[in-house]
Each structure stands twice: as C-alpha cells, then as structure tokens.
Design a protein around this ligand. Structure first.
Ligand code: AMP
Ligand code: ZN
Length: 471
C-alpha cells in the first residue's frame, strides 16, 4: 500500500517514496523557547506526531529531528522587530539562558501531556554555533553572501528558484516579509546569516566568528542541523503554513545553495488553529496554553482528540463550544470502549482473518494524506461491529491507538500533573524511604496512604520505589 501525502513543493498529493527503502528522515521546525507554546503551535506538533506515527504504523523506521530555537529569532521571521529571547528575559527578569531552559522544559511537559512523542534527536541552536559558522563559510565561498553594516546577508538573487516553495509573486513575498525596510539589504528579501551589528545593546548570547563577535540569523540553524543529523537528502520537512514564504523558503535557499542539489523531497505544512476573533500570537502574550485548558476543565487529550477530528490542511476554529463538543464525543467513545473492556472474556481468540480487513481499511485512511476523519470512522466501525468479539475489538483499538495516542483503553483519564506535582510526589517517596530505613512503619504507611488518596500508587521494587496513577 502506498502512503500518499500532499507536497507543498509540487502542490500535489504524491505517493511517498523514501530516499532509503523502509526508512524515513524527517525534520520538523521546533519551538522558539521564550514563552509557553500556545495551543496553535501544539496543533502543528500534534499533526507532525500523527504523521510520524502513521509512517511507523505503515512499517517505516523514522528518524525524527527537531530543533530548539534559543537564539536569533526576531519578532518577525524576516529579521525585523525585537529579539524573542531577549523579550522573554526582560519580561521575566531572568537571563536568556534561564528563559530558554524553563520554556524548553515547559514545552516537553506539554508534549508529554498531549502524548506527543519526543523526537529521535532534539538539537539546540546554541549547541551548534560552530556548525552554523562552517555552513555560512560554505555559502560565502560559493558566492551567496555579502557583508553590509557588519552583518552577513544571504543574497537571494544568487539562488535560482528562490520562490519555488511558496510560489508567490515577488510582490506577495515582499508584502509578507517586510515590516521595516533594512536599507542595507540589496534585495528586501535578503536575510541575515550572521549578525555582528546587533541593534540590541544588551545582547548576551554572542560568539566569536570569522565576521566578528555576534550571533546567527534564525533560518541557518534548521539548514545546518537537519543536514548534520539527517544528511543531504531528507525525506520530509514539516512546519506550520506560516513557514512557507519566509523560513522554509530561506532554508531551501541556504541548504541547496550549500549542497548544490535538491535537499528535501516532501514538504508538509499544518494549517493554523484560529480563534473566531482572530489570530493567536505568542508574542502578544495573550494566548491559550494547555494549562489554561486544564484550568477550564479539559484534559490535554480532549484537545488532541479535537485536533484529530479535522484535516491538518484546513484551518481549525477554536472555541470552547467546539472543544466541549469534542470532549463529549471523546468521552462517549471512551465509555463504549470501557464497556467492551468490562465484557472481554479472558482467553478469547483473536482471529487474524477477522481483524485484517479493519487494519487494511485503517491503513488506507491514514495513507490518504492523513485522513483521520475516516480513520476514526474505522474505529467506530470496530466498536459497533457485531461480528468481532471483544478481544478482537480491544486488539484493534489498541493497535489504532498506536497512531491516535488517545489512551483509548486506559480506563481512567489520568489526573493531570504539573511538574511541581511530580516533584512533590518524589519528595514524599524520599520521606517514606527514610521512614522505612528508620523502621518507622507508621509514618511510612501514612505517606503511602496520603499518596493513595491522591490516586498515586507506590510500587516497591528491588531497584527502588516507583509510582503510577491508580486505575
Ligand atoms: P514558533 O514557536 O512560533 O516558532 O512556532 C512553532 C510552530 O507552530 C511552527 O511550526 C509554526 O508554524 C506553528 N504555528 C504558529 N502559530 C500557529 C497556529 N496558530 N496554529 C498552528 N500552528 C502554528
Ligand atoms: Zn526551521
């Protein structure tokens, strides 16, 4: 069965053919860690997660690389506005390094709560400064750069087909990118590879380079790190649609300029989550986070379910009413699955012949450019099919959940934890261990019971004490 995906580069649905048989090299643009990820950003990461899991379901071995932008990203993607990291640091009176660490951890905590799998490689821009310098040197040797006002620019006129991904008129491209005109640019669409002349007086993140002390432009990190970890021929590169006209267009110009051949075979872009009163923006500080949804009584997986109900290439309108509808539908599905679980007979046979048509149907839906609406219909068919026994149903549901990642057969939705909560549990476990060492069994039991009241169950093993949520 072929895996069919929409390629932004060709504007067509295409059969996916990997560079190396059976393997996929996939790069996704990661977060700029100066604030919490908003639920719009997370919609894109959920789309990328189900893409990866669908490929794995189809039998591919996927190497997934994602960057963490912790330097160089200005408010506008085309080098204008304020430095995002500095904005975060000023807002919270912390150093840029503290800001980066805090929001990177917060991002992965959100991912964990949304069952978004961690990429195979997570690479930070600030850990790859020398690699970026080497990359810029290649572009310089090949004649793609010029220096003006102390900064190194990429000259887009030197690169044939600059516009091939976005396929916009030059006027449209310019309109999308220009906030202020930088008079040092030869072409308004040129972009900075290395800044030495920063307009931010208190720029803390700076490194030595052949062009002087400074810091990299934003786009160069993705070209450099994707090639470092995935090689010069990459199967799939993803991001949100906002990346098409500037960031990804510039990544192509840099990468193909440096390596001299086609770089990425399939470009895939997730459409935006929009609010009915406009755009969600991280830089204005007014946005919805996973914590906010939890505060309002939704679980992170309600949100994942909500996202999976719509096509990734269509805008999704967020309202609490829409999310409530999704939450209720999800609850109904879980209740029906619980009923199947409760009535499952031990030792019941799972017939390959009976489950195969459902698996084939599921595969053909996810292979149709991630048609999740139809994949959910297959799940509902399984739930209500009278010819399947309960063991066969649970087998199929668990199998499909490798892609959905909605904890469909987990009976109780886990209480949501903030990292502080985990820390609190660990602290109590340490206190209980100490009490046990002192043979203070009453205290040890009291702590165990206190945790049980919070639905936390302790497990004493030879390796130490672990915990899980009580089902
Ligand atoms: P950022 O942290 O701003 O670099 O964005 C992280 C990812 O979220 C990128 O892939 C963006 O394209 C994507 N993104 C930004 N805003 C939205 C939105 N409202 N809906 C969906 N994806 C978004
Ligand atoms: Zn990128």
């Amino acid at each position: 069965m072929t895996f069919n995906i929409y390629n932004t580069l060709t504007k067509k649905k295409e059969d996916f053919v990997p560079v190396h048989e059976g393997k996929v090299g996939m790069y996704t643009c990661g977060p700029t860690v100066y604030n919490y990820a908003h639920i719009g950003n997370l919609r894109t990461y959920i789309f990328e997660d189900v893409l990866k899991k669908s490929l794995k379901y189809m039998g591919y071995k996927v190497k997934h690389v994602m960057n963490i932008t912790d330097v160089g990203h200005l408010q506008s993607d085309s080098d204008e506005g304020d430095d995002k990291m500095l904005l975060g640091a000023t807002r919270e009176k912390k150093t840029v390094w503290e800001i980066a660490k805090f929001y990177e951890d917060a991002f992965f905590n959100d991912c964990k709560r949304l069952n978004i799998e961690r990429p195979t490689v997570v690479c930070k821009a600030t850990d790859h400064i020398q690699d970026m310098i080497n990359f810029i040197k290649i572009l310089e040797e090949k004649g793609y750069t010029y220096i003006a006002n102390g900064n190194v620019y990429y000259s887009i006129d030197k690169f044939k087909d600059y516009n091939k991904l976005a396929n916009l008129s030059m006027e449209e491209l310019e309109a999308g990118s220009r906030v202020e005109v930088d008079k040092h640019k030869k072409n308004p669409l040129d972009f900075v590879l290395w800044f030495t002349n920063s307009k931010f007086k208190n720029q803390i993140m700076q490194w030595d380079s052949p062009w002087g002390v400074g810091f990299p432009g934003w786009h160069i990190e993705c070209s450099t790190m994707s090639i470092k970890y995935l090689g010069e021929y990459i199967d799939i590169h993803c991001g949100g649609v906002d990346h098409i006209p500037i960031h990804h267009t510039n990544e192509i110009a840099q990468s193909e300029g440096a390596i001299g051949h086609k770089w990425v075979n399939y470009w895939m872009h997730g459409e935006f989550l929009v609010l009915n009163n406009g755009k969600m923006s991280k830089s204005t500080g007014d946005f919805l986070t996973v914590d906010k949804l939890i505060e309002k009584g939704f679980s992170p997986l309600d949100y994942r379910y909500f996202c999976l109900q719509s096509k990734y290439r269509k805008q999704l309108v967020f309202t609490y009413e829409n999310l409530t509808d999704a939450k209720n539908a999800f609850k109904r599905i879980k209740a029906r699955i619980k009923n199947i679980l409760d009535n499952k007979v031990q030792g019941e046979e799972v017939s390959t012949e009976k489950i195969t048509p459902f698996i084939d149907n599921f595969k053909s839906q996810i292979s149709d450019d991630l048609n999740f609406a139809n994949a959910f219909t297959v799940l509902l068919d399984v739930i209500k099919d009278a010819s399947l026994n309960n063991s066969e149903k649970i087998y199929l549901i668990e199998d499909f959940d490798n892609v959905f990642s909605l904890n469909l057969t987990v009976e109780e939705v886990q209480p949501e934890t903030a990292p502080e909560h985990n820390e609190e549990i660990e602290k109590l476990i340490a206190q209980r261990n100490e009490a046990r060492k002192q043979k203070d069994w009453a205290k040890a039991d009291a702590i165990r019971n206190m945790l049980l009241e919070k639905s936390v169950e302790l497990l004493d093993t030879r390796e130490g004490t672990t915990w899980k949520y009580k089902q």
